[in-house]
Ligand binder design. Sequence first.
Ligand SMILES: [Zn+2]
Length: 76
Amino acid sequence: MLGSKGYQKVLGHTQTTIECGHCNNANTWEISETGRKFTLYWIPLFPYGKTYFVSCPICHFGKEIQKSDIETYLNY
Ligand SMILES: [Zn+2]
């Protein structure tokens, strides 16, 4: 049974608070990775289609970032 399932992993948070243009809360934003994993008999094999996001932890409004930007946002 080859399948796939989505996953989300929080990589860290920004050092500085960002004011959210969506819910108007100022908070440190979450940097997360989302993607899908191929599974074989429910055993995860490898991830694919990874995308990275920086987003408001309250309303989850955010934007997609490049992998190379992660380090920048972790120190933001
Ligand atoms: Zn928000």
